[in-house]
Design a protein around this ligand. Structure first.
Ligand SMILES: Cc1cc2nc3c(=O)[nH]c(=O)nc-3n(C[C@H](O)[C@H](O)[C@H](O)COP(=O)(O)OP(=O)(O)OC[C@H]3O[C@@H](n4cnc5c(N)ncnc54)[C@H](O)[C@@H]3O)c2cc1C
Length: 383
């Protein structure tokens, strides 16, 4: 930006170049709007590049979140092929090693959310992937719906494609300090926009702090690991019993109560640290494995070895193999709320706030971006 020139004017300014901001930018650009995305970082560095890149539909909360995940999955599939983003893995295997978990899987299969899902016996599962040798495996819920992208490559590629194919402008290394419509005050000068989408991830303190302050918000810290290739190809992304006790699509089923009670008595340390297992595989065979959940207004930046050990214990129990060597460790944070999965708010008739408060932004961000643009340009407050 050039401070000596009058401020540039856009139809839509998006604050934040994570998946939610990019989703809003895409929806705006598809309407032919002149769009600018502003981010304080020089390159994507938030939750959207620290996650598993796991676009899940199965297990999302019944209703709006499930519908958002279905829509976002459709957009990911379209965008991946147009933008040249590889889908590195497809599908999900929920590995059940307790009878109570099998009951949850059967109850889930009886719901209308079990689209593309089936139950595999241990022998079918081993025939499909002989290297999965967990002796206690009782059943596998297979879903063919899920997609996985390599987020640290996919998010920059998505942003580059938005510029090349949709003429979206990006202003990086620039913080938006305040919004006084139609002017956005930034650390590099002002710019003007008719409408603004604030997609600031887990920053509740810079823009509209009073507005954010009205909600029961906090932040969640997660520990993540990359392990060397186990030497075989996984049949799908993997999850375990702990995931059945955590994800709303399974955990809110009546059949989940006995499982949750058993997990509380058998794996209290895992539950205390919010550990549940997700294992996804990259193109080079390496595995991204996590995660844990610790909540605080400002989570500390330290990764605990004890928590990593809990994650790797669950890996060994669920897969029946020794964890391969650790190649990388990192932490990520995301916005969390005690009363909602997504926060959508209207601090000004021409401004919307969109914050995913449930750790499901990779799976729902495109749909949320569309909702924000519909609300901003066709009217109506978001809910
Ligand atoms: C470890 C981890 C694993 C996860 N796994 C999954 C998963 O498997 N599947 C799934 O669906 N979800 C997952 N999630 C959740 C998902 O990653 C998030 O919900 C999603 O990335 C949030 O996207 P966002 O765009 O809101 O935030 P972010 O990606 O954090 O982006 C927000 C951006 O806003 C910018 N910003 C904020 N304020 C300003 C300002 N004032 N001025 C300029 N720039 C600003 C920041 O710099 C940042 O780039 C995971 C999250 C983590 C941390």
């Amino acid at each position: 930006m050039n401070l000596t020139k009058p401020p540039e004017r856009f139809d839509l300014a998006v604050v934040g170049a994570g998946i939610v901001g990019l989703g809003a930018a895409l929806a705006g650009a598809k309407r032919g709007l002149r769009v600018v995305v502003i981010d304080r970082d020089a390159q994507a560095n938030g939750a959207s590049v620290r996650n598993f890149g796991f676009i899940t539909v199965t297990g999302q909360e019944r209703g709006t979140m499930w519908a958002r995940a279905q829509r976002s999955r459709e957009v990911w599939a379209e965008v991946a092929s147009s933008a040249g983003i590889p889908i590195v893995q497809q599908g999900l295997w929920m590995l059940a090693r307790r009878p109570e978990s099998v009951d949850v899987l059967k109850a889930f299969l009886a719901t209308d959310m079990a689209v593309g899902c089936q139950l595999l016996t241990p022998s079918e599962a081993r025939r499909r992937c002989p290297a999965l040798t967990a002796p206690g495996l009782l059943a596998v819920l297979e879903s063919t719906t899920e997609l996985r992208v390599e987020s640290r490559e996919a998010i920059p590629r998505l942003a580059a494609w938005l510029t090349q194919s949709h003429a979206v402008s990006f202003i990086r290394s620039t913080e938006v300090l305040g919004i006084d419509m139609p002017t956005l005050r930034t650390s590099r000068g002002d710019l003007n926009a008719d409408r603004v989408a604030v997609c600031a991830g887990d920053d509740f303190n810079t823009l509209y702090p009073q507005r954010f302050g009205a909600y029961p918000l906090t932040r969640c810290k997660l520990q993540m690991l990359r392990l060397a290739s186990p030497g075989f190809k996984l049949p799908a992304a993997l999850m375990s019993d702990l995931g059945l006790g955590r994800y709303a699509g399974y955990a809110t089923l009546e059949a989940a109560a006995p499982l949750k009670a058993r997990l509380a008595s058998e794996q209290p340390d895992h539950l205390k640290h919010g550990v549940h297992l997700i294992v996804v595989q990259s193109a080079d065979g390496s595995l991204v494995v996590g995660d844990s959940h610790h909540y605080a207004a400002t989570p500390d930046p330290f990764a605990s070895e004890a928590v990593d050990t809990l994650i790797l214990d669950e890996f060994q129990a669920a897969l029946g193999i020794k964890p391969p060597p650790i190649l990388e460790r990192w932490i990520g944070t995301y916005a969390a709320a005690t009363d909602r999965q997504v926060l959508l708010d209207t601090p000004h008739p021409n401004v919307r706030i969109a914050t995913v408060t449930s750790g499901a932004g990779a799976s729902t961000g495109f749909a949320i971006g569309e909702e924000v643009i519909t609300s901003l340009f066709d009217g109506g407050a978001t809910t």
